[in-house]
Design a protein around this ligand. Structure first.
Ligand code: G3I
Length: 463
């Protein structure tokens, strides 16, 4: 089911490798500096950690040479921005129209890029005939659409956004009211089952916006649906986080917790429509944080930006993308490339020590950190998010010990390394997150069967 990430070598990297190979062949000792070996494009640097870096693409811009030049050079995945939507692919009921979407798929294939399909079932951008339908007729029309379009692209896509934006905004945690929702609450799982039957090899995603903040009701509602789908065997493989950030919908500091919490349910997570309004260093730093958050989550397997140049954006006035209107790289581009090349292990504000730390942690120093747990619990299982906070001094390594109730076991851990799985369980920092600035914090999480822990865990600085 998983398609391998696309790894394409830049000419510079290929040349560097060939020079190195010939020097080695000549018996010359070669020590390539890390910076010289760093990938020089977004796609290649993402591929170095098994991920993709994609862009939303419009078919009508494939004749724009600046646009296509950047696309072909930088990206190894594409998402058709509008061309696979319902109004584009089935403008008249039963008559399917794939010309524009196929142009994008052909372009991507010729360039060795992956394609994310977007989207099979959505309340928006429905053709007129579908907008006017309801009940069983609409349910059957939706399922036929999913089946036909997924069959047309069978085996050609890396992922499908099977269902898009099905939850309401605000604090209700309810489904969005729509003609599709009114066909019955099971419309989402019905769409996923139809997509799996038509195209068994493509990852099937649920995709939404305003689901980035772990504390929001909408995020929790989607999380509960995905957990339920996994528990009942509904075929879902991934969750897309659109991540359109601006002052009204800012990047949340718990974004990494959101990504890792969903990943812990056993799905891939993907950042699917990233754009960040702003400019300069502020914008660049937010892009860097987003990339680092994805890199910190093993199952965050790719990032897509929603357009190439600022002028290509649906929110062009917010200049939210990585290239300016002339196609020049912005500070945000450099921040993303640096973050990808760092492999996510480098916090730009707290660079790691230049020498490797001790391989065996010294005894706990105690007192230099504290930990608190937030639980998300259901019958028979839970996920725990643990916030580790440094005291007045920086922490260079930490360990948190959690006492679990009898009968409870840890089944999965992220952003920490667990020793033991029941009783008293020690969670030490992962290789990439030992350092916490004075007064700062980091988060890790674990999933378990049984009942989650109560009380406050102990925390100790180990370095
Ligand atoms: O192509 C017609 C053109 O012929 C016509 O003259 C013009 C007049 O308005 O409209 C053009 O179509 C527009 C289309 O984009 C192509 O540019 C539509 O009006 C416009 O509504 C449509 O907007 C798209 C929007 O989805 C619709 O919901 C944006 O391009 C697209 O970026 C946006 O993408 C969505 C994702 O699918 C889901 N998540 C949110 C994201 C941003 O809104």
């Amino acid at each position: 089911m998983n398609q391998p990430p696309v790894a394409r070598r830049s000419p510079l990297r290929l040349a560097t490798t060939l020079i190195a190979a010939s020097l080695v062949a000549a018996g010359t000792a070669v020590a390539l500096a890390t910076s010289a070996d760093a990938a020089t494009t977004l796609g290649a640097s993402a591929a170095a950690s098994g991920r993709y870096f994609g862009a939303a693409v419009s078919a009508n811009k494939l004749s724009d040479s600046t646009y296509v030049g950047i696309l072909n050079r930088e990206f190894n995945s594409v998402t058709p921005e509008n061309e696979m939507k319902i109004d584009a692919t089935e403008p008249t009921q039963g008559q399917f129209s794939y010309a524009n979407a196929d142009r994008i798929v052909s372009h991507a294939k010729a360039q060795g890029m992956q394609v994310r399909g977007h989207t099979l079932a959505w309340h928006s951008q429905q053709p007129g005939w579908m907008q006017n339908m309801s009940g069983t007729a609409l349910r059957n029309a939706m399922l036929n659409h999913v089946t036909q379009v997924a069959t047309h692209y069978r085996g050609q896509l890396s992922a499908w956004d099977v269902v898009n934006e099905a939850f309401a905004d605000g604090g209700s945690g309810a489904r969005r009211d729509s003609n599709l929702q009114r066909t019955g609450n099971d419309w989402i799982e019905a769409a996923f089952r139809a997509a799996r039957a038509a195209d068994p090899a493509t990852k099937l995603c649920y995709n939404d916006y305003n689901t980035d903040d772990w504390g929001q009701a909408k995020t929790q509602a989607v999380y509960s649906m995905v957990r339920d789908f996994k528990a009942r065997g509904v075929p879902i493989d991934c969750v897309g986080f659109q991540s359109h950030f601006n002052s009204g919908s800012p990047y949340p500091s718990n974004y990494r917790t959101t990504l890792s919490s969903f990943a812990a349910l056993g799905v891939d997570v993907q950042i699917t429509e990233l754009d960040i309004e702003g400019s300069g260093t502020t914008q660049a730093n937010t892009y860097r944080n987003v990339v680092n958050d994805c890199l910190a989550v093993a199952r965050c397997n790719g990032i897509t930006v929603w357009g190439i140049r600022d002028t290509d954006s649906w929110r062009a006035s917010g200049t939210p993308l990585l290239f300016d209107g002339s196609g020049n790289k912005k500070a945000a581009y450099t921040a993303v490339l640096e973050a990808l090349n760092s492999g996510g292990t480098t916090d730009p504000t707290t660079p790691p020590p230049s020498s490797p730390g001790p391989t065996t942690p010294p005894p706990a120093g105690g007192g230099a950190c504290s930990a608190s747990v937030t639980l998300n619990q259901w019958t028979g299982g839970f996920t725990a998010t643990v916030k580790v906070t440094a005291g007045a001094s920086a922490v260079n390594g930490w360990s948190v010990t959690v006492t679990l109730p009898s009968g409870t076991s840890v089944t999965n851990t992220w952003n920490a390394v667990a020793t033991g799985s029941s009783g008293s369980v020690r969670f030490g920092n992962a290789a990439y997150n030992p350092r916490i600035a004075p007064g700062g914090s980091t988060e890790f999480g674990f999933q378990g069967t049984g009942t989650g822990p109560s009380g406050t865990p102990s925390c100790a600085a180990t370095a």
